[in-house]
Ligand binder design. Structure first.
Ligand SMILES: [Zn+2]
Length: 337
């Protein structure tokens, strides 16, 4: 029922359903994979199934008192933690030690109503160091009849001591059919035309939030600008290119997002250049602008440009000066053009 309704993630569902029906549950699972592909949803459904009173063990009925209480997050054996801000205006949110201590206190008792105490911790990578140290104790000496579902899109930011004490379950981006189905089921978008569905699916990277966001229309303008930039690359117009680097380095658009768009466009141009099918393009809404650029460039040049973007992404993930890194990238572009 509820688990069956979640799209994709067949392998994750299979592993967990088997563990549930054979009563061979791990104390702690780590759900990892890109954002917005169903990790939290599946964790909440399995947490519910653990204490469902009227269905088989591998699926929640959604109707019994236990299921309804878990859905409303008022089940005394269900615990949900996520990062919070210290003040509403604070920029960063974190899972703090107070929240972990509070949880540990509650896990010290046997389940009140259910068979298990079910814990879902979203964005577990946002635990601050003190919280992390305290939480390690729970993983090292797991309380009885407790199942922890830890969720992260950034497993590399977790301490090895946490990783090694959980059973990792990898979540994959959703397949295009699943994204398409989700778009077509949006009640607030009854008239979404097939063309837009197709573009949203192509640009979603299998992530629901991306498919539903307005970035397709919002980014169309600056994706056009990026294509124009790729089109005009030349040593003679370095002034224009450096101006672009300066504006971008100081601009409001997040650099990582711009470089990701640039990578996507170069990938599409390369695909067109090498005779790939247009329906494989990320940016198929901009196909008429991409084609002339593809005709002008060479395949080797394009691959060098992709490499230059990758190098820049790496440099900027460290502490490189943004403007210099972008200027460098553009010079590499000119050399490759
Ligand atoms: Zn139930």
């Amino acid at each position: 029922m509820s688990i069956g309704r979640i799209l994709g993630q067949g392998q994750a569902k299979h592993i967990l359903s088997r563990a549930l029906s054979h009563s061979r549950l791990s104390h702690a699972y780590l759900f990892y994979g890109p954002e917005s592909i169903g990790k939290k949803q599946l964790a909440l459904e399995f947490a519910k199934a653990l204490n469902c009173t009227s269905q088989g063990p591998e699926e929640a009925c959604d109707l019994c008192e236990s299921c309804r209480k878990t859905d409303a997050r008022i089940h005394p054996d269900f615990f949900f933690l996520e990062p919070t801000k210290t003040t509403p205006a604070a920029r960063d949110s974190a899972i703090r030690i107070e929240a972990i201590r509070d949880l540990q206190k509650k896990l010290g008792f046997l389940p009140y109503e259910g068979r298990f105490k079910a814990v879902v911790i979203d964005q577990v990578d946002k635990m601050n160091p003190q919280a992390c140290n305290a939480f390690l104790k729970t993983l090292e000496e797991p309380p009885s009849a407790t199942v922890l579902f830890l969720i992260t899109s950034n497993p590399r930011q977790l301490l090895p001591t946490i990783l090694s004490r959980c059973q990792g379950i990898k979540f994959n981006p959703l397949p295009p059919e699943a994204i398409k189905q989700i778009l077509e089921e949006q009640e607030e978008w009854p008239d979404l035309d097939a063309g837009e569905v197709e573009i949203r699916v192509a640009r979603s990277k299998g992530q629901v939030a991306r498919a539903l966001s307005d970035e397709v229309t919002q980014t169309a303008g600056y994706r056009q600008d990026l294509i124009a930039l790729l089109d005009q690359l030349s040593w003679e117009r370095m002034d224009l290119l450096f101006q672009w680097a300066k504006t971008l380095a100081k601009g409001s658009e997040p650099l990582a997002a711009v470089l990701e768009e640039m990578m996507g466009l170069l990938r599409d141009i390369t695909l067109l250049k090498s005779g790939g099918a247009p329906d494989q393009l990320f940016n198929r809404d901009l196909m008429p602008a991409l084609e002339p650029v593809a005709r002008k460039k060479t395949l080797t040049g394009l691959l060098k440009m992709i490499d230059a973007v990758a190098q820049t992404q790496m440099a900027l993930s460290g502490n490189a000066n943004a403007q210099l890194a972008l200027e460098n990238m553009l010079m590499e572009f000119c050399e490759a053009a």
